[in-house]
Design a protein around this ligand. Structure first.
Ligand code: APR
Ligand code: PHB
Length: 388
């Protein structure tokens, strides 16, 4: 087989890239290791920056998001005796869209079907070959080996995929920070705790009240790294969540059976550069953020924004300029989101080795946010998304 672009990974980054390129007349094939059902059953985050909303709309996948997504004007930061509303609308005139990543992925698969896009699922043993200059990709499907010749490979295969690993170690610089805790998440068919998201900083640890729609809620609590899902019954989860969130929200909280429960470790990670010859990385393949700033999916969208423009410029005008600048351009935005996600995480979590001094700094940083419109504006600007 032959395609101009071979895209590895059928998550949001790979699917959105193929959607945008196909609409621009560029041929691409997506190779995904798992089945479509598996990919669509994964529960991931649910907050879209407005820039992501607009990018999805431009790609022709905005209609269900517009109908079913919930625009939010702000979030609540709750700490000790203080609740601080970060009013995005008032502070910077922007909103975010609450719409699950699972739904975004669903819409992208539907759009790819509607255009007759090629997405090969259950592709085993995907291997990047001929790099850096003469790329091709081999894989096995139903016991038969196949080969795709291409001009470029887009590595959109997440943190554990083969694309980043195909780059020689000596050429790649990685930066990593592992946080000493995880998030225990619960999805439940209950109405959300409040109209907006609540980020709660508590002596017992962080908690987050989020949602997918008026009947489906998503909650998280910070847990030690060695905790296992099995040791958290639904009852224990709800009791702990209620201890950490504001009293009024705890009192009216509607609980119910969890329909998904999982623990995710928190990590910041960046690999530089995001290009090696004719291989380009996008999304989680190149970087990971802790979920506190809701940036993971949004960074995948911004990488795809830059990479798709660069590839389109190359095929339309023969211009290499944007391709040559892709890694630098994407990383400049990635690092700002890495910084913001680290900051939100550091602000709101309890760390095992925190001294009294550290705790006071944390408490007064939250205090300052409550007192200062400038501080809230900085948070709002980053949370709703820096410009592309
Ligand atoms: N061959 C083919 N596909 C692979 C391989 C492989 N060897 N390894 C991984 N993949 C696929 C995964 O199965 C997954 O569907 O690549 C896809 C990567 O998708 P995501 O992990 O969703 O990453 P990305 O598309 O970059 O989206 C970023 O997803 O993980 C969240 O927090 C993250 O919200 C962010 C978003
Ligand atoms: C979620 O709804 O899953 C979610 C929302 C905000 C975050 C992280 C996760 O910061």
């Amino acid at each position: 087989m032959r395609a101009q672009i071979c895209i590895i990974g059928g998550g949001p980054a790979g699917l959105l890239l193929s959607q945008i390129l196909h609409r621009a007349g560029i041929s691409c094939i997506v190779l995904e290791r798992h089945s479509r059902d598996y990919v669509l059953a994964r529960i991931r985050a649910g907050v879209l920056e407005w820039g992501s909303v607009e990018e999805l709309e431009r790609a022709g996948v905005g209609s269900r998001m517009r109908a079913e997504g919930i625009p939010h004007d702000g979030v609540l930061l709750a700490a000790r005796n203080r609740a601080i509303r970060i009013d995005f609308k008032d502070l910077i005139g922007r909103q975010v869209m609450v719409y699950g990543q699972t739904e975004v992925t669903h819409d992208l698969y539907d759009a790819r079907d509607a255009m007759g896009g090629t997405v090969i699922t259950e592709a085993e043993g995907v291997t990047l070959q001929g790099l850096p200059d003469t790329p091709y990709v081999t894989y096995v499907k139903d016991g038969t080996e196949h080969r795709i010749d291409c001009d470029y490979i887009a590595g959109c295969d997440g943190f554990h995929g083969p694309s980043r690993k195909a780059i020689p170690e000596a050429l790649l610089k990685t930066y990593e920070k592992i946080y000493p805790f995880g998030w225990l998440g619960v999805l439940s068919e209950t109405p959300p705790a409040a109209e907006e998201l609540i980020y709660a900083s508590h002596d017992r640890g962080f908690a987050l009240c989020s949602m997918r729609n008026p009947h489906l809620s998503r909650y998280y609590i910070q847990v030690p790294l060695d905790h296992k899902v099995d040791q958290w019954s639904d009852e224990a989860f709800w009791a702990e969540l209620k201890r950490r969130i504001p009293h009024d929200a705890a009192e009216t909280l509607v609980t119910g059976p969890s329909i998904e429960k999982s623990i995710a470790p928190l990590r910041s990670f960046v690999a530089e550069p995001m290009r090696w010859g004719r291989l380009f990385l996008a999304g989680d393949a190149a970087h990971i953020v802790p979920p506190t700033g809701a940036k993971g999916l949004n960074l995948a969208v911004s990488d795809v924004h830059y990479l798709s423009r660069a590839l389109i410029a190359h095929y339309r005008d023969g211009s290499e300029e944007l391709l040559d600048r892709y890694s630098e351009t994407a990383l400049a935005r990635v690092w700002k989101a890495i910084r913001f996600s680290w900051w939100m995480t550091t602000l709101l979590h309890r760390f095992p080795d925190q001294s009294d001094f550290d705790l006071h700094i944390q408490a007064y940083e939250i205090e300052y946010l409550g007192d200062s419109r400038a501080a809230r504006t900085a948070l709002a600007e980053n949370y709703t998304g820096l410009p592309f």
